[in-house]
Write a protein that binds this ligand. Structure first.
Ligand SMILES: [Zn+2]
Length: 346
């Protein structure tokens, strides 16, 4: 089935001030497992205060990495815009090394604190081997995939904790994405906005609102991914093989590890004709299309042949209907004959 991707990016998992693992972080972790979704955690290492908060270190180390990705979210949540290249480099390098030392993972995703970055930030990330980037704005970089934010759960940061978008505004935003041709949706959130100002109890209204939204998204045909998963899926597109014979287009997903959406625009000689998509791996016709543009799902491992429907198939169909119509006419004549016989018999 055609499948869109949803990424939840949760920022400010914070080693400073003994704030995390907070009840909010534990709630989000449990929710992720319970709903069988995935989350990318943006971690602030904070002047190597990781060693002062071994509870957080142990907590992050215990997470099931098939559901949770650890991403770098700055060293001390600094704003990078305008900072000299060398300073950006040393801060991001320190953050990367600290995560490696304490969490035993190499992070390949950089999430800019406050979306406050410039062209140097993505250059530094590239130099440090990062391959994914997430920010509110984007600086083009051929070697880093940019996962731009589509929706933010919180707004009005002058309040503490900031307000949350309503279920309806989140739903409308998601519906717009779902009805578009976009393939993935990045929602940004901050777990530590789910408690009251006293920081001891969860705000149940907010919890319910967010859980309702997740349940709504899950009713749609979507797949939850971490940013790292989404990167792998993006790279997997390069494994698709395209070929052309005299009459067919061939798209081969034999080397792919993910399914992909095929967006087919008819060449000129196909236009106005009925187009047949054959799954050559199973030998099943998976669709016939009248439109000059259509989409279908390419399943990993499968090969597809796209052709204009053959004249003979149409003729075969026509012959079939002639026979069917003939049989119906004959039955009708027989019926009338019997009715007349009955009348005569009486
Ligand atoms: Zn942040």
């Amino acid at each position: 089935m055609y499948c869109k991707k949803v990424i939840i990016k949760d920022d400010d998992v914070d080693a400073r001030d003994q704030r995390d693992p907070s009840i909010c972080l534990k709630w989000l972790t449990n929710l992720t497992l319970e709903k069988d979704i995935k989350v990318t955690y943006g971690v602030i290492v904070g002047n190597e205060t990781f060693c002062d908060n071994m509870e957080l270190v142990d907590y992050l180390n215990s997470l099931d990495k098939t559901h949770f990705e650890i991403a770098t979210h700055g060293y001390t949540h600094e704003h990078f815009k305008g900072m000299p290249y060398d300073e950006q480099y040393s801060r991001i390098e320190n953050a990367t090394k600290t995560i490696e030392n304490y969490l035993h993972v190499r992070s390949y995703t950089f999430i800019t604190p406050g979306s406050n970055d410039d062209a140097n930030t993505s250059k530094v990330c590239e130099a440090l081997g990062y391959h994914s980037f997430s920010s509110g704005r984007a600086y083009p970089n051929d070697n880093i995939v940019d996962f731009k934010i589509d929706a933010c759960l919180e707004y009005n940061w002058s309040q503490s904790p900031p307000e949350h978008c309503s279920f309806n505004s989140l739903k409308n935003n998601f519906d717009d994405f779902y009805n578009s041709t976009d393939e993935y949706y990045v929602i940004c959130m901050h777990h530590n906005t789910f408690w009251y100002e006293n920081k001891t109890t969860l705000n149940q209204t907010r919890v319910n609102n967010f859980e309702d939204f997740i349940d709504y998204v899950k009713t749609k045909n979507v797949e939850f991914m971490t940013i790292e998963d989404a990167y792998e899926w993006e790279v997997d597109k390069d494994r698709i093989i395209h070929n052309q014979t005299k009459n067919s287009y061939i798209i081969d997903f034999g080397r792919c590890e993910y399914n992909h959406t095929v967006k087919f625009t008819s060449p000129e000689n196909y236009q106005g004709k009925k187009i047949v998509v054959l799954d050559a791996t199973t030998n099943n016709v998976i669709g016939k299309y009248d439109a000059n543009y259509f989409e279908f799902t390419g399943v990993k491992g499968h090969r597809y042949e796209i052709n204009v429907e053959k004249e003979s198939e149409i003729n075969d169909n026509l012959q079939y209907w002639v026979i069917v119509a003939g049989v119906v006419v004959m039955l009708g004549i027989v019926g009338i004959y019997y009715k007349r016989q009955k009348k005569i018999d009486r």
